[in-house]
Design a protein around this ligand. Sequence first.
Ligand SMILES: Cc1cc2nc3c(=O)[nH]c(=O)nc-3n(C[C@H](O)[C@H](O)[C@H](O)COP(=O)(O)OP(=O)(O)OC[C@H]3O[C@@H](n4cnc5c(N)ncnc54)[C@H](O)[C@@H]3O)c2cc1C
Ligand SMILES: *[C@@H]1O[C@H](CO)[C@@H](O)[C@H](O)[C@H]1NC(C)=O
Ligand SMILES: *[C@@H]1O[C@H](CO)[C@@H](O)[C@H](O)[C@H]1NC(C)=O
Ligand SMILES: *[C@@H]1O[C@H](CO)[C@@H](O)[C@H](O)[C@H]1NC(C)=O
Ligand SMILES: *[C@@H]1O[C@H](CO)[C@@H](O)[C@H](O)[C@H]1NC(C)=O
Ligand SMILES: *[C@@H]1O[C@H](CO)[C@@H](O)[C@H](O)[C@H]1NC(C)=O
Length: 532
Amino acid sequence: MGYPSTSLFFIRSFTIILLSSCIIIDFDLCFSTVPSSSSSSSLEALRLEGHFTFENNEFAARDFGNRYHFHPLAVLHPKSVADIAETIKHVWRMGPGSGLTVTARGHGHSLQGQSQSQQGIIISMEALGGRELRVHTAGESPFVDVCAGELWITVLHETLKHGLAPKSWTDYLHITVGGTLSNAGISGQAFRHGPQISNVHQLEVVTGKGEVVNCSKEQNADLFHGVLGGLGQFGIITKARISLEPAPKMVKWIRVLYSDFFAFTRDQEKLISAEKTFDYIEGMVIKNRTGLLNNWRVSFDPQDPVHSKEFVSDGRTLYCLEVTKTFNPENSDTITQEIEGMLSQLSYIPSTLFMSEVSYVEFLDRVHTSEIILREKGLWDLPHPWLNLLIPRSKIHSFASHVFGNILTDTNNGPVLIYPVNKSKWDNRTSAVLPEEDVFYQVAFLYHANPTSNGTDGLEHILTQNQKILDFCEAAHLGVKQYLPHYVTQEQWRAHFGPRRWEAFVQRKSAYDPLSILAPGHRIFQKEISSS
Ligand SMILES: Cc1cc2nc3c(=O)[nH]c(=O)nc-3n(C[C@H](O)[C@H](O)[C@H](O)COP(=O)(O)OP(=O)(O)OC[C@H]3O[C@@H](n4cnc5c(N)ncnc54)[C@H](O)[C@@H]3O)c2cc1C
Ligand SMILES: *[C@@H]1O[C@H](CO)[C@@H](O)[C@H](O)[C@H]1NC(C)=O
Ligand SMILES: *[C@@H]1O[C@H](CO)[C@@H](O)[C@H](O)[C@H]1NC(C)=O
Ligand SMILES: *[C@@H]1O[C@H](CO)[C@@H](O)[C@H](O)[C@H]1NC(C)=O
Ligand SMILES: *[C@@H]1O[C@H](CO)[C@@H](O)[C@H](O)[C@H]1NC(C)=O
Ligand SMILES: *[C@@H]1O[C@H](CO)[C@@H](O)[C@H](O)[C@H]1NC(C)=O
């Protein structure tokens, strides 16, 4: 795969410069070619509460993927929603003659430059965090109003002060509300509560024309649904009202192993549709690993660590079912019985029950615990060639037998997650793109690459393997959709959405961001540089 897309991007930017310096544009505010110092001075002239920085913006030219580096013209550190609106309005008024774009940056945990912009304006959404986090406890359905630049971990800590917490999570909480709502936000709670985009009541959005709009299912419903899973294309989310529930205090955290993929998926599907079931359901593929538990999710501390270390996969492919049951200390006994009842329905390898007990916060923040350890070893800031796929239930067995059986040689480069989700908990009016079946599997290859290796842990090898997986899915017509999608051409995006949804997506773009000012890093739409 290499970096064809990177060079394409540079060629495009270059073309923009040529065009805008050759054509004499009769647009009254078109003093801005890209890049140019007059763009900078016009930004500096805006009256804002916050400020722009034009130097030391290297942080905005990197992301968690650590493969793409696009340098912005300026970074806005807003102090108010009005700052964001003023900035976008300014770019909007420059008209189609300016190549200037605007990209929201949450915590920059994108994988392929989606929150970056070559010579564009980056809005540092986190600058708006730390205030207006208002928990509403009254009534049957409590909620919290948060700034979209807030990290989910902050939302958790603030809501816990009221004995409440959001219902649907991602595996990692040091990412922003706006960043996950622009995708979907999927984790082991999604089978019950739906993704995070199914747990939002209301949003405040700044559109591509610089208008500040409140939206919900009742008010400006098309914009509301559009921005949820909308990849930042229709507006910048500035505030979100998130549904809450009473927070449990403790978690029983359980892992069991299977060697039979059929038994594994049968049990996963049984669990997500059962009336009485666990509160979180995920799974992992383990291939040719020694030391089963020393991976990314190292924080898992089984009751019997000796036993778990003894368990080596030596050549076999194993499937790890990971579930939790939340509880409060006063009903510890009944919960143990309930868990035993549920486990007795499953057909895992009996000797492989690993159980531990942690606080709710410890469980939800589990990946951060690993992050700290990996950072110490210098293993966090590596390239992350991730691949996230949504696979129709009816195709998961052909996918598994070819991909886990033939393409994947081992899972030593990072965890491979797999778990089913029921579409009935998703709203098909949002922009999120899903496979055509009621139940689909999220399969996530969460690799890190050794930047100096050309072996099986090197970037080239992993990218080639990812491409093999994608090629197989396409050739076998599995109806797979990418989650956290990455494409290079509009043709590929069109295929990703499918004709009907693509048309709706384009329509929303022309309604809310007609100049294609927002989030060019996805390369779905390119800002037109024209004189008319
Ligand atoms: C370690 C790790 C674990 C993860 N686990 C999960 C998981 O379990 N489930 C899951 O669903 N995802 C998961 N993700 C993916 C994650 O949800 C996305 O990468 C998300 O975009 C990261 O949020 P961010 O704040 O860093 O976004 P950024 O990278 O800053 O932005 C992502 C995109 O959203 C846009 N954007 C950001 N903020 C706004 C806003 N306020 N308004 C409009 N657009 C905005 C950006 O322009 C960009 O296009 C994980 C990522 C990492 C790194
Ligand atoms: C959006 O709603 C919030 C409260 O729900 C309100 O404070 C704010 O003024 C509204 N904004 C607009 C632009 O209507
Ligand atoms: C998915 O949800 C629908 C609607 O609630 C239900 O009819 C179906 O049985 C569910 N499927 C599974 C596998 O859980
Ligand atoms: C991995 O396991 C398979 C069997 O599933 C085996 O054929 C292969 O040689 C193993 N590869 C490595 C690198 O250990
Ligand atoms: C969404 O689902 C409803 C009912 O399930 C269906 O009638 C409608 O056509 C769907 N809309 C889209 C845009 O797919
Ligand atoms: C890795 O690179 C070295 C030096 O360029 C070369 O000798 C070696 O064959 C390469 N190994 C692989 C697996 O490609």
